[in-house]
Design a protein. Structure first.
Length: 161
């Protein structure tokens, strides 16, 4: 088995997934995923990027050109910073108890800018990968963080307006 296949198996094992579960999580057929892991077929770049995003691993590591599997700490910190900025904008807006249409232009601009920054970094997908990477051995903490993120995300759609 070559590097990519070994690393796919490593990711899957660390997350306690069967090949079928891994395929389902990635939106692939069982056969397609097995062929990538066994290196019977080349893993498409889009699939490799999805794996990196979903599991918080570095693309260079997956390809075998880097030693560390952890996606860059700076990228995670940028994502968390954007999340905190968006959360602060939303909490401030929510505390006023007004609807989005009743908010000030400055509030809407701040909310929109924070949301767009987070969206540019990958939105909930990037945040989910960061959370899974920071708490890989604490399922309860990961679940709680994910619930909070989803709750927040569902209430901050104002930047789309």
């Amino acid at each position: 088995m070559n590097v990519i296949g070994e690393r796919l198996r490593d990711i899957r094992s660390r997350h306690h997934l069967s090949q079928g579960e891994m395929a389902l999580r990635l939106g692939l057929s069982d056969r397609a995923y097995k062929n990538y892991e066994l290196e019977k077929r080349e893993t498409p770049l889009a699939v490799a990027i999805s794996i990196c995003d979903d599991f918080g691993v570095d693309l260079n590591w997956l390809a075998g050109t880097a030693q560390s599997s952890v996606a860059t700490f700076e990228r995670f910190m940028e994502t968390f910073s954007a999340f905190n900025e968006a959360r602060a904008a939303y909490v401030e807006f929510e505390a006023r108890g007004v609807s989005y249409s009743e908010s000030t232009q400055a509030e809407r601009d701040r909310l929109r800018a924070a949301g767009q920054r987070l969206e540019t970094l990958g939105g909930t997908r990037a945040m989910g990968a960061a959370i899974r990477s920071f708490f890989p051995d604490d399922a309860a903490r990961t679940l709680h963080a994910g619930d909070e993120l989803n709750h927040f995300w569902s209430h901050i759609g104002g930047w789309m307006a």
